[in-house]
Write a protein of this length. Structure first.
Length: 435
């Protein structure tokens, strides 16, 4: 679908403004979350850096650390023992902590953080609309067909359909409204960096996919690490570029490595220990929050880990078979593996963290087919709405249930992609059936 630059500008500005207005209203209506425990953690992380302490070295400036803990406005965070407080305050990568420190340096208030997250989530909302309009499969969906039957031109109907899907996934997303608007969370920034990386990768302009892709890939890895799942896309693109120059892959790798490594020297080796500890806790502790394994753990306490391992193997196996059979592309393979890692293997994430795996997988699925994406959007919105309108812990239970339904739908679609006959065979079967 081709739109003029003025049309694009109007659409994206309206989406951004509407998104930010909704999030600003949510912030104004929920002052009780100005000292939400996660925001207290983020601000504590930034304060450690601003006061010259290494967040990853728990022996650095102990009196100041104790003072920061005792000053916390959240009772639960304040009453933690010091070792646990130190762990939480150092539980993100250096770029993430420096981002928190930068916000606090500008204005050390909860609203500075909350409105900054809302601003960046609003940019994400605009980028989501652009991605859906620009890159989703060109075939018309049910809404587009309905509008066409009511007298709208095919192009207008298709634009209206994609715009509706885009704003539902971003601007009016119950997941992003809850986590980033009502609750001050920064996970939308990671999704923004990864979606920008995907947008660069899909660009036909070499300067964008090479230089822009290198920078955004590096940032998406440096911020929360999960951008590493998109790295194979660029390896493949570099191998297929056909220039014959050995320097290009090296230059690209240096760009990515430079963006990733530049944040690390002041904090090494504590960063490596933090990452190791977080991965162990997130994969070996008991299921928590919105994990799909909370309910299986309750009913099958001795078998849920076997079920989890089996599901990981099935998801990875099906997607790899589909890729090797050339039934699914590398983009869908990478985002599937990201989803498997975040939502199936890790077991202690809330919906905001799981959304880092869910939303990219859903967006890339939409590039393959509109109807299959809409099928998976149903449980995704069920999870989002259930979490938004319900109190804890029922909200997290409903989020986990919705994610499980998403998983089942997504796996069924992967099986259909991976094991169905080729397009030519399907065409022949249809032709024989007609005869």
């Amino acid at each position: 679908m081709k739109l003029t630059k003025p049309t694009w500008l109007i659409i994206l500005l309206l989406v951004f403004a509407t998104s930010f207005a909704f999030r600003a209203a949510a912030i104004r209506l929920t002052p009780r979350f100005d000292h939400y425990v996660d925001l207290e953690i983020y601000r504590a992380s930034g304060d450690l850096i601003l006061r010259g302490a290494n967040p990853y070295d728990f022996s650095d400036k102990i009196p100041m650390r104790v003072s920061l803990r005792e000053q916390s406005r959240d009772t639960a965070f304040r009453q933690l023992d010091q070792a646990r407080w130190d762990y939480y305050a150092s539980s993100n990568l250096p770029m993430n902590l420096l981002f928190f420190a930068g916000l606090s340096a500008i204005s050390d208030t909860p609203w500075m953080h909350r409105y900054s997250y809302a601003f960046l989530d609003s940019i994400l909302s605009a980028l989501l609309v652009w991605f859906v309009i620009r890159h989703w499969h060109p075939a018309a969906g049910g809404l587009s067909s309905l509008l066409t039957s009511r007298g709208f031109s095919p192009n207008t109907a298709l634009l209206a359909e994609r715009l509706a899907i885009g704003v539902a996934l971003g601007c009016f997303s119950p997941v992003l409204l809850k986590y980033g608007g009502v609750l001050p969370e920064d996970k939308g920034i990671q999704i923004l960096l990864m979606l920008a990386t995907l947008a660069c990768y899909l660009s036909d302009r070499e300067s964008i996919w090479f230089w822009g892709g290198g920078v955004f890939l590096g940032l998406s890895i440096a911020f929360k690490g999960l951008g590493i799942f998109l790295a194979p896309l660029f390896v493949s693109k570099l191998l297929k570029s056909g220039t014959g120059s050995r320097m290009r892959p090296l230059v690209f790798a240096l760009v990515v490595a430079g963006v990733v490594v530049v944040w690390l020297p002041p904090f090494w080796p504590g960063v490596a220990e933090m990452v190791k500890t977080r991965l162990l806790l997130a994969s070996r502790s008991l299921p928590q929050h919105s994990s799909i394994w909370v309910t299986p753990y309750v009913y099958f306490p001795s078998a849920w880990e076997t079920l989890r391992l089996g599901m990981v193997l099935v998801m990875c196996g099906v997607s790899l078979i589909g890729f090797l059979r050339e039934r699914i592309g590398l983009e869908l393979l990478c985002t599937t593996l990201l989803f498997v890692f975040v939502s199936v293997w890790l077991i202690n994430g809330s919906m905001d963290r799981q959304n880092i795996g869910l939303l990219p997988a859903l967006l890339v699925l939409g590039t393959r087919g509109i109807n299959v994406a809409l099928i998976c959007m149903a449980p995704y919105f069920l999870a989002g709405v259930g979490g938004l309108v319900s109190r804890f812990p029922m909200g997290e239970f409903r989020e986990g249930t919705g994610i499980m339904l998403f998983l089942v739908s997504y796996l069924a679609i992967l099986c259909w992609f991976s094991f169905a006959g080729s397009a030519a065979e399907e065409g022949n079967a249809v032709q024989l059936a007609v005869q």
